[in-house]
Design a protein around this ligand. Sequence first.
Ligand code: MN
Length: 267
Amino acid sequence: MRIVVTNDDGIHSPGLTALAKALSKLGEVWVVAPDRERTAAAHAVTLHKPLRVQQLGARMYAVSGTPVDCVNLAVLKILPAPPDLLVSGINRGVNLGDDVLYSGTVSAAMEGTILGIPSMAVSQEGQEHFYFDAGARYAVRIARLIMKEGLPDETLVNLNIPNRPFTSITGVRVTCLSRRRFHNPIIEKVDPRGRTYYWIAGTRVSWSRSKDADHEALEQGAVSLTPIHLDTTNHAVLDRFRTWETVRRPGARQVTAAVKPKGKKKG
Ligand code: MN
C-alpha cells in the first residue's frame, strides 16, 4: 500500500514527521510537502511561476508551492502509481468549522479527493507544545478504517485531535462543522516609520449550528471526525431559486426590454 503524506506547515514540521512515521506501519509512505510554511493557503494553485521539487531523502520531496500543488505533483508526477491513501497533517492547530475554507491542510485532502484518492486531514489543538504522538496514533486508527471500509463518493475525513496524552483522549466523535469566526479580526497599528499597517488576527469565537458540533468534541477531550462533501450545492433550496429562472425565459418582459429593436443599427 502506498500513502502520500503532505501538510501546510512545511516539510520540516514535527507534526508531519510524527504522522509519516506512524503511517509507515500501514504501508510505503511518500512525503511530498511544501518547502516552507503555507498555512492558510487554502486551495491555491501556483500558475504563474515554476515549481521546483527537491528530493530530501528516500520518498521525501520538498516542493516550492502550495499544499494543493504538492498533492498534484505527488499523485500525477512523483509517485510511480496512484497512492491508495492521502493524509495531510498533522497541522499545528485545529481546523474546525469555517477554518476548513482557509486551511491548506484540509485543501490538500480535498484535492486528493478530487483526484479520486481516499483522503484525510489531521489537525491538533494547541499552540506551543503538541502531543503529536497521540494525534498520529489516532490518524493511523482512522486510516485503517478508511482502507477497510472505503469512503463515500466525493467525501474526505477531517480529523481534529485534542492536545493531551493518548491515554486521556476520551474517544472519537462524529461531528458537524461549526461556525467559527473572529472577534475584532483586524488589528490596526503604526510601524516604526509612522505608517499604518493591519494584521488579520483577533480572538476566535465558536458556536454550534446544530448538535454534534466539531468544537464540542474537543472541549470534551474527544477526537472530532467530520465527513466533508465536495458538493457544496445547497440542494434543499434549489426549488426556491428555480423561480429565478424566469429572468432568462424567452419572451419574458425583463429580457425583451433589454433587446434593441431589429433593423436599427447604432450610428
Ligand atoms: Mn498549518
